[in-house]
Design a protein around this ligand. Structure first.
Ligand code: M6R
Length: 608
């Protein structure tokens, strides 16, 4: 999705903005631009294509003088990717300039109103309306003008604003779209995420919905929607900027795959104290836990898939009914949610619009909400009643890897905690599972030590048009994630099916040479899976099985075998996920795909 960076300080702004935009590239975009205030003029350079093209056009920033500016990477929603539709957008008189993330829902109505008052528009975007509206409503005071703007626009927005009349001041407003303010030494920043400003500062403040930020190089002031000043406490983001760099890996995705042993350890170890699971500040007293009669897990994409693994685990050990629901469906479904429902919202970015809307709906229905989130102080983290950070570190590749596996790990902790408080898991089994969780980082490292075989199979399948994934129960959940990973980065059509469903329709798609990945990690389901494998093979399909070292028979029956280290059946989804991530990665690499930034996709989906 779109990215914003804004700078005010003593340095030449344009190079800082260009560097910030490079840091935001991972979010997905199709065009970019920067604007800088030079004395009392606002100069804009923008272009379609990569930030590298913008850098060339701006001669590395040298073409623009001035110490204050805004930059943007655009992911087109309204109006095709084009130079004119790229941000920043100037008002008709050139005195105001904006960058915008989000969607202005009433832009058409506002636009015709403004055009009727004689202000011409240049672009097809919804965003330009904000620049024009500022000019139209300007009363000599930017704070009061921005308040009026916010009263008029509906939709979601994070906006960075320059005014030629205030050449040393940068403004920002937001509603339902992320925006942080970075506090530096005699320089300050606005950014749609930390990554853009992290090499300059680790101190950030969140701008809340309806608030306005006014930044000069020496001071930052916040206003609420009544125009009153608001005090805010900065927080420290201790992410190391090197974590947002490739560090010798050809792609962020591969680097992040390899970071999983550390990431899982960071999710688990602070919360496992001997035989005790301490889930941060969440009150898992018997009273609270025994009140829960239903768990809803909500998320999108991979977060939803993590939720399905969690559903199996929680139902098995806590004996509470769990629904795992796509956030985009949940919000329009009149969901069964009340004050005895525990709602777990999962989101790596913590900014996904559908998941945020689901969280708000669950709260409105009286549910207690827990967010499982990676990005610190993100909207979902802040709005949920409780938050469990996964501590995976920054995830840059659009395809989530460590984000997903750490979500699953966090769900295991929640499940075990509830089961223990409810006294429905034996002490022995509880300790056994805790032990299994603690071993996961080493087992992932074992997979990562030698990935040649996975790579070999992946490259062998790189020319296929379609790949199926099958499995039962948690293996089906893991199949869904494996298929998503493959399709999003390699553009191969990939589909996951519950293995038992094949015979109800899907098997008609199997013909000579069709590839099916069969996940066979659940010992009580081996024989059932074997029958499914046979059914695929007898229609000419090739089956690559994924199973544990000790499951020799599957290896003999399937056409190929990839193994995960021996482990408890309940925790296999994390290990199979790692194998499937590597599989998808090498297929996409062989096909020459843009692995970290797949076409049409964005890292953080902040619009519905
Ligand atoms: O940031 P979130 O976890 O809320 O994102 C949810 C999905 O958009 C995300 O998992 C998406 O499906 C990934 N591209 C999958 O790799």
């Amino acid at each position: 999705m779109c990215g914003i960076i804004g700078y005010v300080g003593g340095k030449q702004a344009a190079p800082v903005l260009l560097k910030g935009l490079q840091r935001l590239e991972y979010r997905g975009y199709d065009s970019s631009g920067i604007a800088v205030v030079d004395s009392d003029n606002i100069d804009v350079i923008k272009t379609t294509g990569k930030v590298a093209t913008l850098c060339e056009k701006a001669n590395g920033g040298k073409k623009l003088n001035g110490n204050i500016g805004i930059g943007h990477t655009r992911w087109a929603t309204h109006g095709a990717p084009s130079d004119v539709n790229s941000h920043p957008h100037l008002s008709a008189d050139g005195r105001f300039c904006i960058v915008h993330n989000g969607i202005i829902e009433n832009f058409a109505e506002l636009k015709s109103d403004i055009i009727a008052h004689g202000l011409p528009f240049k672009s097809d975007t919804d965003s330009e309306v904000i620049a024009q509206l500022i000019q139209y409503l300007y009363d000599g005071d930017m704070i009061s003008t921005l308040r009026k703007v916010m009263e008029r626009v509906t939709g979601s927005y994070a906006v960075g604003i320059l005014s030629a009349d205030a050449p040393d001041t940068l403004y920002a407003i937001r509603k339902d779209n992320p925006l942080v303010v970075g506090l530096g030494q005699n320089e300050n920043f606005i950014a749609s995420d930390f990554a853009a400003a992290l090499e300059h500062t680790h101190n950030f403040v969140q701008l809340n919905d309806g608030e306005i930020a006014r930044l000069t190089s020496r001071a930052v002031t916040f206003f609420d929607n009544n125009g009153n000043t608001v005090e805010k406490t900065p927080y420290l983001v201790d992410w190391d900027i090197s974590l947002a760099e490739k560090d010798g890996y050809p792609h962020f995705m591969l680097k992040e795959i390899y970071e999983q042993p550390k990431a899982i350890k960071s999710t688990l170890s602070p919360r496992i104290k001997g035989d005790n699971i301490i889930l941060d500040k969440i009150d898992f007293s018997a009273n609270n836990v025994n009140r829960i009669n239903r768990v809803n897990i909500v998320g999108c994409g991979s977060a939803y898939h993590a939720g399905i693994v969690g559903k199996h685990f929680i139902e098995k050990y806590c004996r509470i009914g769990v629904d795992c629901i796509l956030a985009s469906e949940y919000i329009y479904s009149n969901p069964i949610t009340d004050n005895r429902t525990l709602t777990i919202v999962i989101s790596q970015s913590g900014e996904t619009a559908d998941s945020l809307a689901a969280l708000r709906l669950a709260k409105k229905c009286g549910s207690h909400t827990i967010a499982i989130v990676n990005v610190i102080q993100s909207a979902i983290a802040r709005e949920a009643d409780n938050v469990l950070y996964t501590y995976a570190g920054p995830e840059i590749a659009v395809a989530t890897t460590k984000g997903y596996t750490t979500q699953v790990a966090a769900l295991y902790l929640v499940g075990l905690k509830i089961a223990k408080v409810k006294h429905i898991i034996s002490d022995a089994r509880y300790s056994e599972l805790l032990g299994e969780l603690a071993l996961l980082p080493d087992k992932i490292s074992e997979i990562l030590k030698d990935t040649d075989k996975i790579k070999q199979y992946a490259e062998g399948y790189a020319e296929h048009k379609c790949v199926f994934f099958i499995g039962r129960n948690t293996d089906y959940a893991a199949s869904l994630e494996g298929a998503l990973k493959l399709k999003e980065i390699s553009y191969i059509h990939a589909e996951a099916y519950a293995a038992g469903e094949l015979k109800h329709g899907t098997i008609s798609l199997i013909e000579k040479g069709t590839v099916t990945l069969a996940l066979v990690t659940q010992s009580d389901l081996y024989s059932k899976m074997l029958s499914n494998i046979k059914a695929v093979q007898s229609r000419g399909g090739d089956v690559l099985a994924i199973s544990s070292y000790n499951n020799k028979q599957i290896g003999e029956e399937a056409d190929g075998l990839l193994t995960i280290p021996d482990c408890d059946d309940d925790v296999t989804p994390i290990l199979t996920a790692v194998v499937l991530q590597i599989f998808a990665y090498y297929i996409a690499a062989k096909r020459g795909c843009d692995i970290d930034k797949p076409r049409n996709l964005a890292k953080s989906v902040t619009v519905e």
